[in-house]
Design a binder for this molecule. Structure first.
Ligand SMILES: NC(=O)c1ccc[n+]([C@@H]2O[C@H](COP(=O)([O-])OP(=O)(O)OC[C@H]3O[C@@H](n4cnc5c(N)ncnc54)[C@H](OP(=O)(O)O)[C@@H]3O)[C@@H](O)[C@H]2O)c1
Length: 329
């Protein structure tokens, strides 16, 4: 028997509980059984824990979209017992058994090796949020945006994706402007490398004209909705917005003028089905470029028992940085 956090549905209402499950309950699908050391809490985990967004296909479900641990058993030549491995995405925790359990079973192709230089805990401090931040930075770079290009705006900056994005961009030499609704996070964001703090209220209202003064050479948007619409009006000529999140809404009401008159691009970022080559590139960049002292400073540790409280807190925007779930605690 081992511990697991299980979501169940009754009368259309989803509830979770900490329980013990049997090895025979592990899914048959997948060639690799993993001893899970750490998982994490992402915005999507908050949605899943609260039964939102129709993300889970069927209940009961072990949630947790990320995990890191060591291989217990493998029938696939890519992995052997004892290998340290990391998993993010692939609809794990949504359609497949997730990381909020002391053991998991995965398809061999879903796993990547623990990047050199990171501990299992640090890999989960990065987790889907940090991995996605790296994908967004890579997308801006591939668009041709360089540290000398001008200021890069990060919205939802004190959240998980935002915090890692600020740290990665600053480390790479970009000038970072961080949007936050929490003035008390200003010192935290400056420590991560933000040079300018933009109060959320400055970008909270819908645009009144299609184009505003050109300000940002690039943007990583974790908020969507009205804020993204507003940001689009302020983008500089030939700049790009990496569209990552929906913390402020899924609707996007804009005109086509930023695209037609300023050549602005929206770069869609999807971490879930990111192909293996891109995954390996992103993890190698994270291990090389993310300052570990900053990663440690943005990370808090919790246990499975904390999930009900934390799952609500992340949806309310009350957490900052990253939250690691310790399965060995
Ligand atoms: N595309 C992908 O593959 C991918 C991967 C991971 C995450 N995501 C998405 O990216 C977003 C961020 O994820 P996360 O894990 O970093 O979540 P998070 O830790 O909760 O961060 C979100 C941040 O957005 C800001 N925010 C929250 N509600 C807001 C609102 N109503 N209006 C404006 N700002 C608001 C807050 O920052 P401040 O307090 O600093 O303003 C909050 O900390 C989520 O929407 C998530 O679903 C997408």
């Amino acid at each position: 028997m081992f511990k697991a956090y299980l979501l169940e549905e009754a009368n259309g209402k989803v509830s979770g509980r900490l329980t013990e499950v049997d090895e025979s309950q592990l899914p048959q699908e997948g060639e690799v059984t993993v001893d899970v050391h750490y998982s994490t809490l992402n915005y999507k985990d908050g949605m899943i824990l609260n039964g939102l967004g129709r993300l889970v296909r069927s209940y009961p479900q072990v949630p947790g979209v990320d995990y890191a641990g060591t291989v217990l058993e493998s029938s696939h030549p890519d992995w052997k017992r004892g290998d340290p491995v990391v998993l993010t995405g692939w609809r794990v925790g949504e359609w497949h058994w997730g990381g909020y359990a002391a053991k998991a079973r995965a398809k061999a192709g879903w796993l990547v090796p623990l990047p050199q230089g990171l501990s299992l805990k640090q890999a989960m401090a990065v987790g889907t949020a940090g991995f996605t931040a790296m994908l967004a930075v890579m997308a801006l770079e591939k668009h041709g945006i360089k540290p000398g290009s001008g200021e890069i705006l990060v919205t939802g900056a004190s959240g998980g994706v935002g915090s890692v994005a600020v740290a990665l961009l600053a480390q790479a030499g970009f000038h970072v402007a961080a949007v936050t609704g929490r003035p008390e996070q200003e010192a935290y964001l400056k420590d991560l490398g933000a040079e300018l703090i933009v109060p959320r209220s400055e970008l909270a209202e819908a645009p009144t004209r299609p184009l505003d003064k050109e300000r940002w050479a690039g943007a990583i948007d974790n908020v969507g909705g009205t804020m993204m619409a507003r940001v689009l009006t302020q983008m500089r000529y030939r700049s790009a917005v990496a569209a990552v999140g929906l913390a402020g809404g899924t609707q996007l009401q804009t005109t086509v003028l930023p695209f037609l008159l300023r050549g602005v691009s929206i770069l869609g970022i999807d971490s879930v089905m990111s192909p293996k080559e891109e995954r390996l590139e992103a993890w190698a960049r994270i291990a090389r470029d993310l300052p570990l002292a900053k990663l440690d400073a943005m990370t808090q540790t919790a246990t499975l028992a904390d999930l009900p409280r934390l799952g609500q807190a992340i949806l309310k925007g009350e957490l900052h940085g990253r939250t690691v779930i310790d399965l060995k605690a």
